[in-house]
Ligand binder design. Structure first.
Ligand code: WTA
Length: 649
């Protein structure tokens, strides 16, 4: 983020005090902060006891071997039982768990009893295919109920799921299936997106053909009804295997530290890292934050989180948090503007959504499209709005409150990461006086700080690096198969304080303003992408000699991928710059997925480097954002910049 935008952010003076009526009925109150301040571990133990334990825990935290934490480790629970059976046993089986809306307009309503029965069946099916505790199951599905059912069925068996976002390519699937050494893959023939069926299974087929893998079965959900290739002996139709499986399945308790899932995310190197989460602590914090940050009243609320299940927000706030709390939620398969630009608002009106959680990118694109689109729908059921994934600029925040929230709903801007597992910094509705653009305060039980490079607290009205100073229940337990990278990435800079990789500013009240990543991770439409990963994809193409990628600020997507490439001289002669750019954009989509496809690719003769040979990304960012080029005195050859800007015209 540029200095000017930080300045304007910090001059934001608007404040929104909680409505007293809201406060009177709020789930959260100031006593949560008091209890956590008085006895942090006791506070988390209270929250954990909201869950059902097959064997109660007696130890809250074991931090004797940092950074390897164990939470509630002598207790046993079953994550799926907590999300399903216990609600049915408490007499809430008829409550709707999921109002599912397919993109073409087909719908399914699934109660807690029905969801429990489906998950039990799926658990039996997976067990029949050889899945047991600790086995890895890769899930590559569209936004259909089977995605939730699969995750919970894997969890029920004490196995580990690795959900792969449906937009990722065959190559990305291959890398993830290999890294996690998955035994089974669950996919679909295809799913609906932008009015068309997009095929999925063929990517799994290609990934497995190229992978060194022990995958023995591929379970295929029928959704797109598109043609698929079939490998007999390996491929199984979901509906056939499910119909042969029993609906009886008793959930067994597993250690609180039994791994629950791996979720790959981009880091600073080319290779995505498998973030590992475990059971008891993760579920405790996902459920607690979902309840208190969204003011959830499970009997009456209709909750909707628009995130895809392939991202951590889909894991914690579409699957585990809401279902552990017995919430009723909406799940939508498609894109916001299909078949018309008001689809989301139509869904809110149709189901009477009361709590809505989405990303700033979506809000900004709706702002651009015009307020008349949402205003054509009745959005009066909404009472809490949430934002996640990237900094929300004050204008978008205020628009969200005014236009979507009718000028009355509290907005919670929630900061967290794949690594943190659950929300860490957020206002609490009914408690906090909110400030547009600031995520504000750590939630009760979480301790954070902002440090300078030397590890010293920056003080008020100063900026630095965000850290979490104490272990928290839903913290990542490691990087799959790579404990050294885990230590190195998060724990080498400030010892036992977790280094988040985000810049932050504390204002005069001590409230936190997030300023974006300080490393080579980009945030495009709330999705994390690594500059290195895209650079390696580019240089893997035969016409590319060298590549540099930067995240340029973008009005809608927050950041956009912009690449600068030098072509190999011989090959370059045969392609025009436009052709090269087209080929390379397609190549990146194929290597990683469409989300990583650069917005622009500039073919250049040279890249600006310092005398020591480091690519000057700051300069490239200036060029990509159309700014005047700053100080170039450290460049080896300042004519390089002229070359680049000339090529752009
Ligand atoms: C960014 C998504 C500002 C941040 C849950 C973080 C945010 C990265 C916010 C994690 C927010 C997330 N304000 N920035 N409210 N929420 N971020 O792992 O840079 O996909 O490090 O998790 O998104 O992205 P991830």
């Amino acid at each position: 983020m540029s200095t000017t935008s930080i300045d304007s952010l910090l001059h934001e003076e608007r404040r929104f005090a909680p409505d007293p009526d809201f406060t009177a009925r709020a789930v959260a109150g100031p006593e949560l902060y008091a209890r956590a301040a008085d006895d942090r571990l006791g506070f988390w133990a209270d929250q954990a006891r909201e869950l059902h334990w097959h064997t109660p825990f007696t130890q809250t935290l074991d931090w004797s071997n940092p950074p390897f934490a164990r939470w509630f480790h002598d207790g046993e629970l079953n994550v799926a039982y907590n999300c399903l059976d216990r609600h049915v046993e408490a007499g809430n089986g008829d409550r709707v768990a999921i109002h599912w809306e397919g993109e073409p307009g087909d719908t399914r309503t699934i109660t807690y009893s029905e969801l429990t029965a489906e998950v039990k069946r799926a658990a039996n099916m997976l067990a029949g295919l050889g899945v047991g505790q600790g086995d890895r199951v890769a899930i590559y599905l569209p936004m259909i109920p089977e995605a939730v059912i699969s995750m919970l069925a894997v969890a029920r068996l004490g196995a580990i799921h690795s959900v792969i976002f449906g937009g990722f390519s065959a190559e990305s699937i291959r890398a993830r299936v290999e890294d996690a050494d998955a035994k089974l893959v669950i996919t679909a023939d295809g799913g609906w997106r932008k009015g068309k069926v997009f095929p999925l299974k063929h990517a799994v087929d290609a990934a497995l053909a190229a992978a060194e893998t022990d995958v023995t079965s591929v379970v295929v959900v029928r959704r797109g009804e598109n043609d698929v290739d079939w490998q007999h002996g390996r491929d199984v139709w979901w509906h056939e295997a499910m119909s042969e499986s029993s609906e009886e399945h008793e959930a067994q308790g597993f250690d609180a530290e039994n791994p629950l899932f791996i979720l790959y995310t981009s880091g600073t190197t080319g290779r995505p890292k498998g973030i590992l989460h475990t059971s008891g602590g993760y579920l405790t914090q996902a459920a607690f934050t979902h309840r208190s940050v969204f003011d959830l009243k499970p009997e009456t609320d209709i909750y909707w989180c628009t995130a895809d299940v392939g991202w951590v927000t889909g894991h914690s706030y579409m699957v585990y948090g809401p279902l552990a709390n017995g919430a009723t939620q909406v799940m939508y398969e498609g894109t916001p503007d299909t078949p018309h630009p008001g689809r989301w608002w139509e869904i809110i009106q149709k189901y009477g959504v009361t709590i809505f959680y989405t990303a700033p990118t979506a809000i900004r694109s709706f702002m651009k499209a015009g307020r008349e689109i949402p205003l054509a729908y009745d959005l009066s059921s909404l009472r809490v709005l949430g934002s996640v994934g990237e900094p929300i600029n004050p204008e978008a925040w205020v628009w969200y409150r005014e236009i979507i929230g009718g000028g009355k709903t509290p907005i919670v801007d929630t900061w967290w990461q794949t690594e943190t597992g659950a929300i860490m910094i957020s206002a609490l509705p009914g408690v906090t006086t909110t400030k547009p653009g600031s995520a504000q305060v750590p939630i009760p039980g979480i301790s954070i700080d902002v440090l300078d490079e030397d590890g010293t607290h920056v003080g008020m009205e100063a900026g630095g690096l965000l850290v979490v100073t104490e272990p928290w229940p839903s913290m990542l337990r490691g990087i799959w198969g790579d404990p050294e990278r885990f230590q190195e990435t998060y724990w080498s800079k400030f010892g036992t304080k977790y280094f988040a990789g985000d810049g932050a500013h504390l204002d005069a009240d001590g409230d936190v303003w997030l300023l974006g990543r300080v490393d080579d991770v980009m945030n495009v439409s709330g999705h994390r992408l690594s500059t290195m990963e895209i650079e390696s994809a580019l240089v893997s193409h035969p016409i590319v000699a060298e590549a540099a990628v930067v995240g340029a600020s973008d009005d809608t997507t927050g950041q956009a991928v912009v690449a600068f490439v030098i072509l190999r001289s011989k090959k370059a002669k045969s392609v025009s710059a436009t052709e090269a750019s087209q080929q390379l954009r397609a190549h990146v989509a194929e290597q990683i997925g469409a989300i990583a496809r650069p917005r622009e690719i500039f073919v250049v003769a040279e890249l600006p480097k310092t005398r020591s040979g480091k690519i000057m990304r700051r300069l490239l960012r200036d060029v990509a954002e159309g700014r005047e080029i700053g100080d170039t005195t450290t460049l080896t050859d300042s004519t390089v910049i002229t070359v680049i800007t000339d090529t752009m015209r």
